[in-house]
Each structure stands twice: as C-alpha cells, then as structure tokens.
Design a protein around this ligand. Sequence first.
Ligand code: ATP
Ligand code: MG
Length: 323
Amino acid sequence: MLKYKHLKQFMVESGTDVKLKEYDTDWRDTDDAKELGKDIVKQQAKDILEKSHHQLDEAQELLYASDSHSVLLIFQAMDAAGKDGTIRHVMSGVNPQGCQVYSFKKPSAEELDHNFLWRYMKSLPERGRIGIFNRSYYEDVLVVKVHPEWLDLKLDDKPDKKFWENRYEDINNFEKHLVRNGTLILKFFLHVSKDEQKRRFLERLTNPKKHWKFSESDLPERKYWKQYRKAFEDAISATSTKIAPWYVIPADRKYVTHALVADIIATSIKGLHLEYPKVSAEKMVALAAARKALEGDDDESPEHDADTQADVTQNAPDAPAAE
Ligand code: ATP
Ligand code: MG
C-alpha cells in the first residue's frame, strides 16, 4: 500500500482552483518515478495492485459484515481514458455480490422529467455495499456545460454562471447528505493526455477487436477538448470537499491508474476503522451450545447414515424387486 502522504498528492484539497496542466497524466515523468526507472515503476504498480486486490476483498467483506457504511465510487473522464478497464481491474478481486456498477448514458425522457439527481439517487448503494458510478451526476455539470443545447430546460432557467453554481451547490449538499448517512464517497478523474487519447482512438480504429469501442461521437467530442477541460476544472474546483474529495489520477499508463485507484479505495475503506459485529454474551452461550451439539453429532451419524441409505435404496425408481 502507498503511504497516505503519497496518495495525498493526487487528492484535490477543498478550495483549490484546479488547473489540470499542473497535474501529471503520466506518473513516470515525476522525479520519484524517474529515479526508480520505468520497469521498477511498472513492477511496483503490479505489486500494489495485487496487494490491494487482497485488501479490497477483505475490506469489502468487513463493509458487508459491519453493515454500517456504504461506498460510492465515481469515475469521470474524457473518452478513452480507461474508466471501464479501471473498474474491471480494480474490482476483479471483490465478491460480485458486494458491489454494483451503474453506467450512465444520455438520460431518457422519463429521467429528464425529474430533477437532475433523481436517476442517480435510485442507484445508490445500500449499506454494506460498494456502488460504482461509471459517469454520474457530474455529467450534468460537464457534458451539458459544453453542450448547453442538450439541457432540457424548464422554468425560465438559463445556463448562465448562476445556473452552474446552483448545480455545484446541489451536488455538494447531496454528497453531504450521503456522507452524513454513512456513505464513503471517492471521486476519480482519470486524467489522460490529448496525445494518449489519439493513440487509443487510432488503436480502436485499426485493431478489429477494438472497433466496437469506437463511437461516432468520439471524434466530434474531441474537438471540444478545451471546453471539456475547463468544465472539469470548474467542477472539480467547486466540488472537491473534505468529506468527498476528488482524486486526479494519471491515466496515460493503465498500470499506474489501476494501482493508484485500487490503493486509494483500499486505504480509504481501511480509514473507516470498521469492525466485525460484536457477539453478545447470550449469543456466545448459544454458539457454544451449538458447537457442543454439533461435535456430539458424530456419534449418531453412522446409524443415521444407515437409515438414510436404506430409505434411498427403497425409494430408488429402478431398485430391483425384493425376492
Ligand atoms: P467509453 O469511454 O468506452 O466510450 P462511455 O462512458 O463514453 O464509454 P458511451 O456509451 O460511449 O459510454 O457514452 C455515454 C454518453 O452518455 C457520453 O457521451 C456521455 O457524455 C453521455 N451522458 C451521460 N450522462 C449524461 C447526461 N446527464 N446528459 C447528457 N449526456 C450524458
Ligand atoms: Mg464514449
């Protein structure tokens, strides 16, 4: 596990005026990483990921058993930054019964008829579970900020500065409500460079196994790179809070992204200091009695087995008739 002070470099402090150019997209360019050398960094990332798989699995079981908290993981990024792959890798060691993933696409007519948080509220994880939002209510201050014509405005709303500030405020209040009710919220912005996005799009266009990943909107949306970046900077600046921080994760190297995200999740769940439920004195007595009864059970089993065997033979459909 990375030390907390190392993880903190990816966390956006509340009140920061975020400028994404100040955040690395390729962790290997940092002085720390250069000192270690490329291969060692890669190996280190693999080790961290492997260890955090194990830690995540344990953390998830504890989360389920203690039944006091839920975890909400939010993934936002430019196209091809690797949200899907990160979710797959990070959660690969976790019991599927303990987590649920929701991918949010363009809202339906029914969804647009409600307040903008409605569809996300319905998909929140219950206590004891990890909920993953692949895109989230942040789309409602990102994609529609870049394309205000896609907003379904009622009342006399205009998508001006105040309109977006109100939405940031709604989001902060919503998250405060969730945290107060026992939800741990971790928000990841996978920070990919424009060059790396181009490389990944080209791969999707040349590798037949990846053709399906290329969407018609990918190229037109790439033209809005600057506007998206600005929308991300505004949203992250306005909504990174102490209780629900954003992490800006370098996304040009997939192994770096996967290792950092897994580590941050495992470390943060550990930080909840959850405990397995304590068993009451009466329950301990009942457990001891049950154990004694079960251990004594062995003496009776041969007779019991013989009875069962006789029943099976008699009732078997094609048992030979007794002479
Ligand atoms: P990939 O990264 O693999 O392309 P994806 O998450 O982009 O996966 P797509 O089906 O390609 O999945 O795209 C989903 C689309 O839905 C995105 O263009 C996104 O901006 C859009 N979308 C999601 N939420 C909203 C929203 N609230 N309003 C408008 N558009 C939205
Ligand atoms: Mg897409």
